[in-house]
Structures are given as C-alpha cells and as structure tokens.
Design a binder for this molecule. Structure first.
Ligand SMILES: NC(=O)c1ccc[n+]([C@@H]2O[C@H](COP(=O)([O-])OP(=O)(O)OC[C@H]3O[C@@H](n4cnc5c(N)ncnc54)[C@H](O)[C@@H]3O)[C@@H](O)[C@H]2O)c1
Length: 378
C-alpha cells in the first residue's frame, strides 16, 4: 500500500473518532517530532485492523487520562494533530499548548471542497461559506487565481482556513490527488461541491466531436470522478460517527431540466448529471451520504455572461442575436424579462440552496431549481 492511500483510508476515520460535540479537523505532518504524541500506533496498511488498533489505543488513553488525545503518532506515516481549527492543529504539531478560539457561523467547523472555486458561482460559494466559518479547499485549474483567492481569505484573520489545490476534474488521477491533499490538510471534508463546468454553445452543424468530448469530459465524467473519490472519504466518516451525514452537491443548471437550443453538448451533460445524482443517491443514502444537484438559472453578473470581452452579452450583441438590441443593457434586459423574478440568479440564491441541502437529513437525489420561476419541476 502506498503512503498516499494509507492517509486517505485512515485520517477521515481518525478525525471522526476524535471529534466530540462538533466535528474537528485532523492535520498530518511528516516533519513533526513524534515524541510530542500522546498515543503511538503501528500502521500496517490494512484499513480495518489499523482503524481498530487506533480506536483501542485512543480508548486506553482516555481511560487513563480522562480525555481524548490531541496528537497521534501513526508510525511510519506521520504525526496527526486533531483540533477544532487548522491553526490550532498546527500549534499542537509544534508541541505547544492551544488556546480556545471561537469559530462562529452557519457552517463553522465544517470543511468543503469546491471545484471551479476560483471564480464565478464556485468563487461566490467559496467566499460565502468561508465567511460562515467553513474550511475550504478551492479546487480549480486556474492556479494563479485560486492561490491568490485562498491568500485573500486567509488574510481576513478568521479561525478557519482556505487552501488551494490545482485540479482538472476531467482527469481521474488529478481528482484522486485532490482528495489526498484535502485529507492531508483537514483530515477529510463534510461536503464536496462539484461545480466546475464549461460551456461551448453551438448547433449540430458547428459542434465538432472534439468540443463535444471536451465538454462531456468536464461536465459529465468530471462529476463521476469527483463523486467516486469523494464518496469513499465521506463513507469512512459516516461509518465512524453516529448520526453524521456527508454531502455531495453538483451545481447543475436549468439546462439540466429543459433542452437548450444550439447548446445540446451542455444540456446533455447536465441532464446526464441528474441521472448520476439520482443513482449515486440511491447507492449512498444507506451510508448517510446525501447526493443532490442544484439547478441555477442564468448568472448574469458572473464572468460567463458579463465578461467585457468574451461574455455572452457581448457575443450576443455582436452576433445580433437579440432583435433591436443596441447595447449590452438591451441584451441583458431581454434575458431578464424571461425570468418571472425579473432578474438573474445570484450567488446568495445558490448558497441558500447549498445550506438547505446540507441541513436537511431527509432529502437526497433531488435537482433543486434556483431559477426565479423560469424553470419548474413537472
Ligand atoms: N453562469 C451561469 O449562468 C450558470 C447557470 C447555471 C449553471 N451554471 C453552472 O455553474 C457552474 C459554474 O459556472 P460559472 O459560470 O460560475 O463558471 P465560470 O466559467 O465563471 O468558472 C468556472 C471555474 O471552473 C474552473 N474550471 C474549468 N474547467 C475545469 C476543470 N476541468 N477542472 C477544474 N476546474 C475547472 C475554471 O478555471 C473557473 O475558475 C458550472 O457547472 C455551470 O454549468 C452556470
């Protein structure tokens, strides 16, 4: 068994075993001095017996010391600190005492991985959830933007933390590496938001097989890659904490509920995503992992529509797609008029749906429309 695999198969369980009222984070260090550990456990590479050995070592420590250990030496793997916040875990790993810090907010203490988190809807969810106390893994192809974003969030002086991990969701190995890095940073995660998506519109005459494959690999296969590697960590966590639920949330689209003219590569991948959500939900609900999609309407203020050079408003204006439109504002007004709510979808609309899904224990396999009434379920 490789070093990487051991971590992903043990740390999420350890994080749960050592959590009390609220779920903690576990941080691994290969450099920390093993003598600071309260408990040492031999790791052999057999997941079940390793977890059993860890549990019995922890139980022995608790019986003699009257509390749970904060630092565990997984022999040959590294030293793990478990604490309420990642900064506290870092302090423990330096062999120092931690002081109590309050982390407040609707998702305080939770950890999320958000793909496509460097900008757009994903960026908005990253910011909103971070401000609400969540530790965040910004997972994106765009390294420059993602790293800078994580830095900006960490400069806010909050007790929770953001890290950036470069990923290409269309590449299974890259997603596996993302999960490994997230587990090393936080010990696991409570929600995986599969948000990264691409759009290349075009009718049958224009769409090349290469572009169709590219979009399918990101929007459809990418969601499979994410659910596959995220679910094994979430299942390990639910198995080691009574009453705990994990979430996989796919950011789908209103185009996953209704065909989209000259945009079939996008709509087809999104429709398929709902099939995956329903099927993953059936498979995973017995393990207390919920799987749901959110189907937002058009995000007119996001870069896809509003980018001054490449945005859809400029493209549609230049292509004369909206009859009589002379400015970007005319094009925007045309599209807004199609929404009963009279405006485009915003990040807060989607964030509210994310929180609804996370807080709900009796809902899975759903495609939640957030479209201002533009698209309704049959
Ligand atoms: N913008 C809208 O109007 C709208 C409406 C409904 C649904 N959605 C959906 O919301 C999600 C986000 O859309 P957006 O408009 O905010 O996107 P965006 O283009 O603004 O941002 C997408 C992010 O994903 C990243 N990304 C692209 N390919 C990737 C890959 N292979 N691996 C990892 N990261 C990758 C990009 O670097 C970028 O940071 C998508 O799934 C999209 O289908 C968007």
């Amino acid at each position: 068994m490789t070093f990487d695999k051991k971590i992903v198969e043990i740390l999420p369980a350890l994080r749960m075993i050592l959590s009390e009222e609220i779920v903690k984070v576990a941080r691994l260090s290969v450099d920390a001095d093993a003598s600071i550990a309260c408990v040492s456990v031999e790791v052999e590479g057999h997941q079940e017996s390793d977890i059993e050995n860890i549990k019995s070592a922890i139980a022995k420590y608790k019986a003699s010391e009257g509390k749970l250990p904060g630092i565990i030496n997984l022999k040959g793997v590294g030293v793990v600190a478990v604490a309420n916040t990642p900064y506290q875990a870092d302090i423990l790993l330096q062999g120092e005492e931690v002081v109590d810090i309050k982390n407040e907010g609707r998702v305080a203490g939770k950890t999320a991985i958000i793909t496509g988190g460097a900008q757009g809807f994903g960026g908005g969810l990253v910011e909103g959830m971070f401000k609400d106390g969540c530790n965040i893994v910004i997972a994106d192809l765009n390294e420059e933007k993602g790293k800078e974003f994580a830095q900006t969030l960490n400069n806010m002086g909050k007790p929770n933390q953001a890290v950036f991990v470069k990923v290409d969701v269309s590449d299974a190995e890259s997603v596996q590496q993302l999960i490994f890095e997230a587990v090393c940073a936080f010990g696991g995660f409570d929600v995986f938001i599969s948000n990264a998506g691409v759009l290349r519109a075009g009718g049958l005459d224009e769409m090349t097989p290469e572009t169709f494959d590219f979009m399918t690999k990101v929007n459809y296969s990418g969601y499979f890659n994410c659910a596959k590697y995220a679910s094994s960590v979430l299942k390990l966590q639910t198995a080691n904490r009574i009453g705990y639920y994990g979430d996989i949330i796919q950011i789908n689209s209103k185009s996953g509920l209704k065909g989209s003219n000259r945009n079939f590569a996008y709509a087809g991948g999104k429709f398929g995503g709902i099939g995956l959500t329903q099927s993953f939900a059936l498979e995973l609900m017995p393990s207390r992992v919920k799987v749901n999609s959110i189907c937002p309407g058009n995000f007119f203020d996001g870069p896809l529509w509003s980018d001054p050079e490449k945005g859809l408003f400029v493209q549609y204006l230049n292509a004369g797609k909206v009859k009589g439109a002379e400015t970007i504002e005319d094009v925007k007004a045309f599209y807004e008029a199609q929404v009963p709510a009279g405006r485009g979808c915003t990040v807060i609309d989607v964030l509210r749906a994310v929180y609804y899904i996370m807080e709900q224990e009796y809902e899975t396999g759903q495609a939640v429309p957030v479209t201002g009434g533009q698209e309704m379920l049959k």
